[in-house]
Design a protein around this ligand. Structure first.
Ligand SMILES: *[C@@H]1O[C@H](CO)[C@@H](O)[C@H](O)[C@H]1NC(C)=O
Ligand SMILES: *[C@@H]1O[C@H](CO)[C@@H](O)[C@H](O)[C@H]1NC(C)=O
Ligand SMILES: [Zn+2]
Length: 398
């Protein structure tokens, strides 16, 4: 996405989040012809039990952890959205290379991929390095309206076909793909989460919360009615068993505005390493010194180009996190495994197995059918015939 567009979206989003008095009412209906869903009822912890059900109002992984908050492992989920290309891949490598968690396992992040301009050979490299590969749609859509009214079929097409592309062009095992994030964070009520379920995914991570940042919200399931504030509606209110929401707990910028993603913060600090670092630490401490809810660092690589010191500050902060005995940087899905079976102290018995997926890189010049432009694309093993797109995800001769 273009820098200017991103900034504008950030601005709009922050303004929307600020004015929570004018709650969005979520009246827009998707035109889905799905079977009738049950309306969700308020959650009762007696009925909703781990590992498959978790109430949205539970502020600790287990009630009995009360008073032992500082023994709860602190997860940090670093996620990047949009296309992976040669330039941002180099940045991702610099950020994560050689960084490990207290258990000696490598620090990893989650990449929410959209298709256009994505370099699938580099996606394969991220995947083999142990990062989580997740979905952000084929087309990225044409603004928020497309997504706000998207029915279940549209969402399934956009995300299901991106999954097919990742399997074919980046040799990603589709079973390892568990999550998605909507472009512009624009969910469409029940439809989004019904699609999550139909696609066989575990979670969505598109829903920001401003009201539940202190104590911060933990991930939860939609078996029962969510208490989360609806900042960019429509939000779901159907019962969708075992569908996980990884809420985007907002950051606070220097003027006190909430931001769902780091690059949506309208008033970040001055462009110097210490100021940026201190600001990250301040946001982190709300979690670390609080209920230890996972701390999300959600951004686009384009943020690193916004100031001379942004990248260095981010790297310094990641380095700083490695000095804690109880801070774990993992992908969202790995963090969710912990949330399903939470313990005090060390969260996992062993490291995640790294995939070993062989990719023979090929460079392809293929035509984008809708516009006639020639697109450059790198992929594993074999070029498609035309540039892959929605309704032709493998780029076959039609
Ligand atoms: C979600 O589904 C419930 C239960 O069928 C329904 O009452 C509600 O209106 C739906 N919400 C949206 C935003 O479509
Ligand atoms: C990965 O698989 C290839 C062949 O399938 C094998 O030669 C190689 O040793 C494996 N590498 C690792 C690290 O397991
Ligand atoms: Zn995006």
């Amino acid at each position: 996405m273009k820098y200017a567009t991103l900034f504008l979206i950030g601005l709009l989003l922050s303004v929307a989040l600020l004015s929570d008095a004018q709650k969005q009412s979520g009246k827009t209906k998707g035109k889905s012809k799905n079977k009738v869903l049950q309306r969700a009822v308020p959650c009762s912890s007696a009925k909703c039990k781990l590992p498959d059900c978790r109430c949205s109002d539970a502020t600790l992984p287990r009630p009995k952890f009360k008073g032992k908050e500082n023994e709860i492992p602190q997860f940090v989920t670093i996620t990047f959205d949009d296309a992976v290309n040669a330039v941002n891949y180099a940045q991702y490598e610099l950020l994560f290379n050689g960084v490990s968690n207290p258990d000696g396992c490598p620090a990893t992040g989650t990449f929410f991929l959209s298709h256009e301009y994505t370099d699938y050979v580099r996606v394969n490299a991220l995947y083999n390095a142990g990062h989580e590969i997740a979905l952000h749609s084929v087309t990225h859509g044409d603004g928020t309206d497309y997504w706000r009214v998207a029915d279940v079929e549209t969402i399934e097409r956009e995300f299901g076909q991106q999954l097919k592309m990742l399997e074919r062009f980046a040799k990603v095992n589709p079973k390892s793909v568990q999550g998605m994030r909507l472009p512009f964070l624009q969910i469409s009520g029940n439809n989004t989460f019904e699609a999550v379920k139909n696609l066989g995914l575990t979670y969505d991570s598109s829903w920001p919360t401003q009201q539940h940042k202190d104590p911060a919200m933990w991930p939860y399931t939609l078996d029962y009615l969510s208490i989360q504030d609806c900042q960019i509606g429509p939000c779901p209110d159907a019962a969708l068993p075992s569908v996980w929401v990884n809420p985007m707990v907002t950051w606070t910028d220097t003027e006190g505005y909430s931001c769902s993603m780091i690059d949506a913060c309208v008033y970040p600090p001055a462009d110097n390493v210490d100021a940026l670092f201190d600001w990250m630490l301040e946001n982190f401490n709300r979690h670390y010194q609080g209920n230890r809810a996972p701390f999300g660092m959600y951004l686009h690589a384009a943020w690193f180009s916004r100031g001379r010191n942004y990248f260095a500050a981010f790297k310094k902060f990641m380095q700083h996190l490695t000095t804690y005995p109880d801070v774990y940087m993992t992908g969202v899905s790995h963090m969710l495994e912990y949330v399903k079976k939470p313990v005090l102290g060390k969260p996992f018995k062993e490291c995640e197995k790294k995939p070993n997926s062989t990719c023979l890189p090929v460079n392809c010049n293929v035509q984008k059918v809708s516009t006639g432009e020639v697109r450059y694309m790198s992929a594993c093993d074999k070029c498609p015939t035309v540039y892959p797109w929605l309704n032709n995800p493998l780029g076959e001769d039609m």
